[in-house]
Write a protein that binds this ligand. Structure first.
Ligand code: SF4
Length: 383
């Protein structure tokens, strides 16, 4: 796990880590947030849930309003869910509010209105994960428990040079082990706050302020210039590739367009007719592919469309969020064609193409082919 060039350095760093962090927190950490300076587990729990996925500045007024309306866990437990949701409105991630309410009810019903001190018991309550349970237990009860949220993972990955996506089970397990091994014997609240403060202030996601950091002299990411690349990003999934053959069917100077169904990609836009179902043939000389294309083009030509020529053009690739679409256009010349081919189809001249709502890759094809002013010259598309 450890990518340190020098394991003894990492070992001595681990030995002094907590002490240095606590000293830094005392001098430079945050001490006046509204949920600090209390041992009230209800208040600490409330702030921890609100701070999941949400910035401190956003949480502060919500925290104040919640405490005013629900000063203790019994008040929250007996509230109507609609009231809780209304007060949460605007904070987002609404499952947090539903779990908050349920958790308050469980604490009242099963724990006599007192949050348990044991991190494992806390983690069994609705909406409380392992790291949040550790934070509540450390702040309220001085429990010897490690937190490991996104900020802490970033700090550990950088200080100890841990490669690998921290959300991957193996890396996460190793990080839990490391986080637990670093815990001090005392001052758990200050240590836990220090971990949070370092990740939220100096060692942020953007440009970390290493010059002010208590670990700058032996942080592995800093020493090796990897502050920007650690922690390792989530691995990108290979995007699915889709292939589609589209027909640029000419009758004189007009081209046949087809309106797409309202649902699905490019819903309701005009596009070029596609060969469906798509073919697996990637070879433009494939005879069965050519036969299918000709038959489809002839059908679309409304019976009058005897195919005079069929010619593959340069393709282009369009990248969607979840897949890459490879379009292979075919220029098809018909002997003749009917003036129209139903409501879903239209023969468009240059002015019609210019006015139509086309998906951008289809517009590129139309522009590259100068549709509406067809010449017999060599046509090519951008790839
Ligand atoms: S030295 Fe820089 S990268 Fe390393 S922990 Fe400190 S702020 Fe983060």
């Amino acid at each position: 796990m450890n990518d340190s060039p020098n394991d003894s350095t990492a070992g001595s760093l681990a030995g002094t880590f907590a002490e240095r962090l606590i000293a830094w927190q005392a001098e430079h950490g945050r001490h006046d947030l509204p949920w600090q300076n209390t041992r009230d587990a209800y208040r600490i729990w409330l702030s921890e849930i609100m701070l999941q996925q949400t910035q401190v500045a956003t949480v502060i007024p919500y925290y104040a309003r919640f405490l005013e309306r629900f000063p203790d866990v019994a008040a929250l437990a007996s509230a109507a869910q609609d009231d809780v949701m209304a007060l949460w409105s605007g904070l987002g991630y609404y499952s947090r509010a539903r779990n908050l309410h349920r958790c308050a009810q469980v604490v009242v019903a099963e724990h006599g209105g007192r949050f348990p001190a044991d991190p494992e018991a806390l983690a069994s309550l609705p909406g409380i994960g392992r790291s949040t349970a550790a934070a509540i237990a450390a702040f309220a009860y001085d429990a010897h428990a490690a937190i490991l949220d996104g900020n802490v993972k970033r700090v550990l990955a950088r200080v100890f040079g841990i490669e690998g996506f921290p959300g991957a089970p193996k890396i996460e397990r190793d990080m839990w082990t490391l986080a637990e091994s670093l815990l001090p014997q005392r001052d758990l609240p200050a240590y836990t706050q220090g971990m949070m403060d370092l990740g939220a202030t100096l060692c942020g996601r953007g440009k970390p302020r290493c010059g002010e950091c208590p670990f700058d002299s032996d942080c592995i990411a800093h020493a090796t210039g990897r502050e920007r690349t650690l922690p390792t990003s989530r691995p990108k999934k290979a995007q699915p590739e889709r292939y589609v053959d589209v027909l640029v069917i000419y009758a004189g100077e007009r081209v046949l367009f087809e309106r797409r169904p309202d649902s699905g990609i490019w819903g309701g836009l005009w596009s070029l007719p596609e060969l469906t179902p798509p073919t697996d043939a990637r070879d433009a000389d494939d005879t069965s592919l050519r036969a299918r294309l000709s038959a489809h083009a002839a059908t679309l030509g409304a019976g009058e469309g005897r195919v005079r020529s069929l010619e593959p053009l340069h393709g282009l690739t369009h990248v969607f969020t979840h897949f890459r679409l490879h379009l292979r256009p075919w220029r098809v010349m018909l002997e003749s064609a009917s003036p129209s081919n139903g409501a879903r189809h239209a023969w468009l001249d240059a002015a019609g193409v210019a006015a139509a709502g086309l998906p951008s890759p289809i517009r590129k094809i139309a522009d590259a082919l100068s549709i509406g002013s067809l010449s017999d010259g060599q046509l090519s598309l951008p790839t």
